[in-house]
Design a protein around this ligand. Structure first.
Ligand SMILES: [Zn+2]
Ligand SMILES: [Zn+2]
Length: 210
């Protein structure tokens, strides 16, 4: 398109009143346009189009569509989420075990997604919202092995906006805490009352104050 050509926002029919946007600045407009919807849900396989610019829309979607209740575990310095999960070999019909929780901490919302396939067990903590002004947080996974030794994995929390942009650029946000399933089964499982292998782990979210 020729330089200086202006267009209306693609979401005009949805209600966006921004007209005559210089074509070159369209991407910039979509960064703030309330009607710009993208596939930003952090739950695997979800393709719903959600506005990242309308505060609370992603949270609302997760609560309503994925039926997740918010857990308010806001401690002063950190918040701790204790979770248990059945683990084991998957069959063809269930490709992975998955669980998720919404946690509120320091006025921000986080979704914790745990997943186990035949290859990997992983936990991803995602801050719901825009990168700008979200704050810097760390997530840590703690698990005790069969000798009762505490093992930890720690990383910086990424926001849903960051993860979405990484996905668009076909980059992997390699920031998740993961262990090979065979190591999980060898070192971390306990047998539940029902005879199923289980793991217990804690996710700690803390704010980086520096
Ligand atoms: Zn717009
Ligand atoms: Zn979703």
């Amino acid at each position: 398109m020729a330089e200086g050509v202006s267009v209306d926002c693609e979401y005009k029919n949805d209600g966006c009143c921004d007209e005559n946007i210089v074509y070159e600045t369209l991407e910039l407009h979509y960064d703030t346009c309330m009607y710009h919807r993208v596939q930003c849900c952090p739950i695997d396989g979800c393709e719903e189009m959600i506005s990242m610019n309308r505060k609370g829309e992603l949270q609302e979607h997760i609560e309503n569509v994925h039926k997740v209740m918010v857990i308010d575990e806001c401690g002063e310095k950190e918040t701790v989420l204790r979770k248990g999960m059945r683990v084991g070999k998957m069959n063809a019909s269930n490709q992975h075990n998955m669980g998720w929780s919404l946690v509120q901490y320091q006025k921000q919302m986080f979704i914790v997604v745990s997943k186990q396939s035949n290859e990997m067990f992983s936990v991803t903590v995602t801050g719901l919202g825009k990168q700008n002004g979200f704050g810097k947080f760390f997530a840590e996974m703690r698990m005790k092995d069969k000798n009762n030794k505490l093992c930890t994995w720690k990383e910086e929390v990424h926001t849903s906006e960051e993860r979405y942009h990484a996905k668009m650029k076909k980059e992997t946000c390699t920031s998740y805490m993961k262990i090979h399933t065979k190591d999980i089964i060898r070192n971390f499982t306990t047998n539940g009352d029902d005879g199923q292998s289980k793991i217990n782990f804690e996710i700690i979210i803390s704010q980086c104050t520096k």
